[in-house]
Design a binder for this molecule. Structure first.
Ligand code: MG
Ligand code: MG
Length: 260
């Protein structure tokens, strides 16, 4: 998993300040899209809100055209885990939709995702989403100079397992981020602590646990993008981009100034 020789990009404080600007655009966009989520809205309408928000903030979408991806956000509903393509689908009461967004400012990326209930959602699905979000925060807490990379995934896995009998998706991971959206290293959402590269000030990562109500086994739909839980159980996905500063983790994609 941790190949030698591939280095992790280290950013200067000035570069992290630009990444914070990109992260804030992502935060504002997710806020605007979340506010529009309701039964009856199409995922394409949500994509259009994101497109307008990113443009009006003088930023560029990270996802549009990425390996041919045709939209600004990913919208993944219910058993869809990640990478769902916005389109004609009408959100219905009881759905859980993961909205994933990336934006670029002056060449630097931010990447974050939220899972949003549509109308009245079952207690089990709400608990899954809450557990996944809590696991993301547990992972973010570990993004500190002096820790090892695998401390992040270990904390994520422990947090999800402590919350309930959930599936932890292992086929997709968090990632390094900076001058590209997806950079070295991959960051699994599980594993033993104390392994992998030493974390240093100036590194930045996207931490993004994905969990399911049933089996975490996933597959990709015929559209070539949409990742689904094969047993049809609901999935949740939460993500923040975080940087390592001298004083600890700085959550670059939070609406508020969050230093852990
Ligand atoms: Mg993302
Ligand atoms: Mg990501």
């Amino acid at each position: 998993m941790f190949r030698r020789g591939e280095s992790i990009q280290v950013k200067s404080p000035d570069q992290l300040a630009v990444m914070r600007r990109a992260g804030l655009v992502v935060a504002l966009t997710l806020q605007a899209v979340t506010a529009a989520v309701r039964p009856g809205v199409t995922t394409r309408e949500l994509d259009s809100i994101a497109r307008d928000c990113i443009k009006s903030n003088n930023a560029t979408p990270s996802f549009l055209g990425y390996h041919g991806f045709p939209a600004v956000i990913c919208t993944s509903v219910n058993e869809e885990v990640v990478h769902g393509i916005p389109g004609e689908r009408v959100l219905a009461d009881g759905d859980l939709v993961s909205i994933d967004c990336g934006a670029i400012v002056d060449g630097w990326h931010g990447d974050a995702a939220v899972s949003v209930p549509v109308g009245e959602v079952t207690a089990a699905v709400l608990a899954l989403s809450a557990a996944t979000e809590a696991a993301m925060w547990a992972g973010l807490e570990q993004v500190r100079a002096g820790n090892r990379l695998s401390d992040i995934g270990n904390a994520v896995e422990i947090a999800i397992n402590a919350a309930g009998d959930y599936g932890v998706v292992e086929d997709y991971t968090g990632h390094g981020i900076g001058t590209s959206m997806h950079m070295h290293p991959p960051i699994p959402n599980h594993g033993k602590p104390g392994k992998g590269p030493l974390l240093k000030v100036g590194m930045a990562f996207a931490i993004e646990p994905m969990a399911t109500l049933g089996s975490p086994t996933v597959g990709v739909l015929a559209d070539g993008w949409t990742v689904v839980a094969l047993d049809g159980g609901s999935a949740a996905h939460w993500e923040h981009t975080v940087a390592i500063t001298e004083s600890g983790p700085w959550v670059l994609t939070a609406l508020d100034e969050i230093h852990l």
